[in-house]
Write a protein that binds this ligand. Structure first.
Ligand code: MCN
Ligand code: CUM
Length: 806
């Protein structure tokens, strides 16, 4: 072969100019954000725009005897006061939820949680609306309240959902009590029971993953604008899934989807809080249609924290069966899931407990059985949010805590027991006892790398010395988690939302000058998609990222997609981006061959050009090819250079990680200091290491907040406590520990570029790691579990109970 000598420096220059996969490219969106030039929903101001405010119930459970809106309606500047009665003619007083349940848009005869939506006041501005809201007189008759899911299932518990009276079958099968939503089981119960009967050792542990809230900086809201003359509805909305909102609005309103435009502009954090459809959106749209004026609705912080998609509230019992050497034989799990007054979980339709069945974790466990019961209580609806990967947070918490409980019982080191039970590398693709097919993983080197980096043996030696010293002022704890995530919902055969398969999409248009615009069905809420999608196109299609415009979130321009949550953007839309790039590349190959008068098979792709095999000096750059696409294409070929791809993944992707935390508990105060946190993540091919690190820092910080402070408790009357930032803990740089990050790379075998999602891993993996560390500090005193949040007060109580405070 006649190889022409190449200039490696010139190649490197071309590679750097592309800023492709692997490049720590700076975030393209930041110059706008840090200069205050973002466009959030509340930045939208339309001529003639009105403002809506929700009137909410002070009671957690009450019958509505009457609503008198006359004074409010007469107040100057008020345009409408809507109640359920006003929405009934349009059949908009109830709406379907993503979980197959229904939810009252405005209370229809009764309220079932504190702050439930009762009426909607529309006025010239927010202040007039707030004044008028005070004038609406609602007469309530209080009903008995139940906020404890166990009590909700007692025979004489108050009936929360009158509308379901007599319905003993719900969206997910039989209901066995008036407050029961579903029972969902997976795995082989008999085999698992037999494995437990035969096991040398068994352990059991109850644990609550408390109700928390993602608390994004921007609350939820929308601006609805109905043009009565054109019959068009445009809605600017804080939504992680704008196309899904379009379909739901179309179904509810009977307006054809072609006349509905949903725009998610900049979103100030979503974290799963902005997946669902909320009553405020529906009332704003209804008011705009009725009044013929644009209507804005923006939540307050308290409304956001007490009415929109909370997370967790999972009451779990785990059991492990094992040999005396710690080899696990079986896992059995029972869960009571508190869904609040309506089941509005955002899970794929088939799985009412999301991906909870990834709870066998990174371990080769032959037998497993899971049973989850969903229950109604007098609390606000939700359950699936907060970097959760559809309940993987709860699943990983359960298994990682259970492994520690087992290790403690057997006196085996907590790293060692994990190494003994890992799914071996040669078993991938691995079929789990609960029916999932793990695509790839390599767990042992990941944990070993972490142990080496922190000098694990030295840490354990230090801990042993401190335990032996009764005068030591601290208790030292070491926490480990070796988690497996499941992200990339999903194969349409198993995942859908409202019947629409969970594929995703990308459309790329290359302009004559070689620059390009790309649009996806996903929407960034801070994840940096503008930056990273362009990097995929750069590598896969040879177009420099700097000339690629990435656009998301406008249903009138983007191809249909299911949105951004469940860390699915990279595994699903990212694959569509790669495949659309390949389509561009293949057309470019033919054009280049035509220009150079050779066969397309004789062309090879080289960074940003096609060159002739064996004669690399003869080449056409992508820029030249783009120009030719608009004036000189082979005979029979269409002009232009663009591609669309709809990607239905064959499987999920299974990112994983090994985390280690070191904490010191101060015996004098119960305070806990996180001395070290080392996070190793494996998300397959890494597109942008800097963005990955940012995602991990963010997720770890949230994990720290959940483990040590966040909680949304209720009192017996159903008052939600912690619904303001006075009470709800949001860590700042002051409290947040220092994070150390690391990685290994185990590509996904089925993803076109081998990438797995990463955004939720740090949250999923860190919370059990913190708990394991805190509980490890007390392990030598016989403690097997303490509940979150591990705040100073609780820890102090524990020190007192153990007689070691001071
Ligand atoms: N990435 C990468 N290489 C990989 C995987 C991801 O470079 N192998 C990059 C991606 O290109 C993308 C970012 O990391 O820019 C996150 O990608 P991915 O893991 O695919 O997750 P999504 O983009 O689908 O984000 C969703 C996820 C979820 S579900 C929650 S909840 C959450 C999270 O993102 N909400 C966030 N991170 C958030 N970060 C911010 N700033 N704001 C939120 O609301
Ligand atoms: Cu479950 S929180 Mo994210 O999937 O938007």
């Amino acid at each position: 072969m006649n190889e022409i000598a190449r200039d490696p420096a010139a190649d490197l220059g071309r590679l750097e100019r592309l800023e492709g996969i692997g490049c720590a490219r700076k975030r393209r969106e930041d110059p706008r954000f840090i200069q205050g030039r973002g466009t959030y929903v509340d930045d939208i101001h339309l001529p003639g725009m009105l403002f809506g405010i929700m009137i909410r119930s002070p009671y957690a459970h009450a019958r509505i005897k009457s609503i008198d809106t006359s004074r409010a309606k007469a107040h100057p500047g008020v345009h409408a006061v809507l109640t359920a009665e006003d929405l009934k003619p349009f059949k908009l007083h109830w709406m379907p939820t993503l979980a197959g349940d229904v939810q009252a848009v405005l209370a229809d005869g009764k309220v079932s949680f504190q702050n439930q939506e009762v009426a909607f006041v529309v006025a010239e501005d927010r202040y007039i609306a707030a004044d008028a809201a005070e004038m609406v007189e609602v007469e309530y008759e209080e009903l008995p309240v139940v906020v404890d899911p166990f009590k909700a299932m007692l025979p004489d518990a108050p009936v929360i959902r009158d509308d379901l009276a007599g319905k003993d079958v719900g969206a997910h099968g039989a209901r066995r009590h008036h407050n029961h939503i579903f029972n969902w089981q997976i795995g082989d119960r008999d085999r698992t029971d037999r494995a437990f009967d035969a096991a040398a050792v068994t352990v059991s542990q109850d644990m609550l993953y408390p109700r928390v809230h993602p608390c994004p900086l921007e609350t939820c809201g929308c601006v609805a604008s109905y043009d009565a003359v054109r019959g068009d509805l445009t809605v600017w909305i804080t939504s992680q899934a704008p196309h899904v909102v379009r379909t739901v609005v179309g179904l509810l309103s009977s307006i054809p989807e072609s006349k509905i435009r949903i725009i998610s502009p900049d979103i100030g954090g979503g974290f799963g809080n902005k997946v669902g459809v909320y009553p405020g959106y529906v009332t704003a749209i209804a008011a705009s249609i009725v009044l013929g004026r644009p209507v804005k609705w923006i939540e307050s912080r308290n409304e956001n924290l007490t009415t929109t998609a909370f997370a967790r509230d999972y009451w779990m019992t785990g059991e492990l069966a094992a040999d005396t050497d710690g080899r696990i034989k079986a896992l059995r799990v029972k869960v009571l899931a508190d869904h609040g007054a309506f089941d509005a979980c955002a899970d794929p339709t088939k799985w009412p407990a999301g991906m909870f069945h990834v709870c066998t974790g990174s371990y080769d466990i032959a037998n497993a059985h899971v049973s989850v019961d969903g229950v109604y209580t007098n609390k606000f609806p939700g359950g699936v949010s907060y970097r959760c990967s559809f309940r993987v947070t709860e699943a990983v918490y359960l298994i990682e805590r259970m492994i520690d409980v087992l290790a403690q019982k057997l006196g085996i080191d907590k790293a060692e027991i994990r190494l003994r039970n890992f799914i071996p590398k040669d078993k991938f693709p691995y079929h789990s006892a609960l029916g999932l097919d793990y695509d790839s993983g390599d767990y042992t080197p990941a944990l070993q790398k972490v142990m080496k980096a922190v000098d694990y043996d030295a840490l354990r030696a230090e801990q042993a010395a401190k335990r032996a010293d009764p005068d030591c002022p601290t208790l030292m704890g070491i926490g480990i988690t070796t988690f497996t995530e499941i992200v990339g919902a999903g194969p349409s055969k198993s995942c859908d939302i409202l019947g629409i398969g969970m594929f995703d999409s990308c459309e790329i248009r290359v302009h004559p000058d070689g620059s390009a615009i790309a649009r996806m069905g996903t929407i960034s809420q801070g994840q940096g998609h503008q930056t990273t999608y362009a990097q995929i196109i750069a590598t896969e299609a040879g177009i420099p990222a700097s000339v690629i415009q990435v656009e998301e979130g406008d249903t009138s321009t983007a191809p249909y997609g299911l949105g951004t949550y469940g860390s699915r953007s990279t595994p699903v839309a990212g694959a569509a981006v790669a495949r659309a790039s390949h389509k561009i590349r293949e057309k470019a190959r033919k054009i280049a061959a035509h220009l150079l008068e050779v066969s397309p098979d004789d062309m090879e792709f080289d960074l940003d050009q096609f060159r002739v095999k064996g004669d690399p000096a003869r080449a056409k750059s992508m820029k030249e090819i783009a120009w030719a696409a608009y004036n000189n294409v082979p005979e029979g070929m269409e002009m232009g250079l663009e591609a669309v791809d709809y990607y239905d993944p064959p499987n999920f992707t299974f990112p994983f990680g090994a985390y280690l935390a070191v904490v010191d508990v101060l015996k004098a105060t119960g305070e806990i200091k996180v001395r070290r946190f080392y996070a190793l993540d494996d998300c397959g091919t890494r597109i942008n290491p800097m963005i990955i690190e940012g995602q991990i820092h963010g997720g770890l910080t949230e994990g720290f907040a959940v483990a040590f402070g966040q909680e949304l408790p209720y009192d017996e009357q159903g008052n939600v406590l912690g619904g303001t930032l006075m009470d709800y803990f949001l860590p700042t740089a002051v409290e947040t520990p220092h994070w150390e990050t690391d990685f290994t790379v185990t590509p996904s075998p089925h993803h076109p570029i081998g990438a797995k999602g990463v955004a939720e891993s740090p949250h999923v993996g860190s919370i059990p790691c913190f708990s394991n560390a805190v509980i490890d500090a007390f392990a030598h005193l016989g403690v097997t579990h303490t509940g979150m949040p591990h705040n100073a007060y609780r820890t102090w109580q524990q020190l007192l109970a153990l007689n070691i405070a001071g």
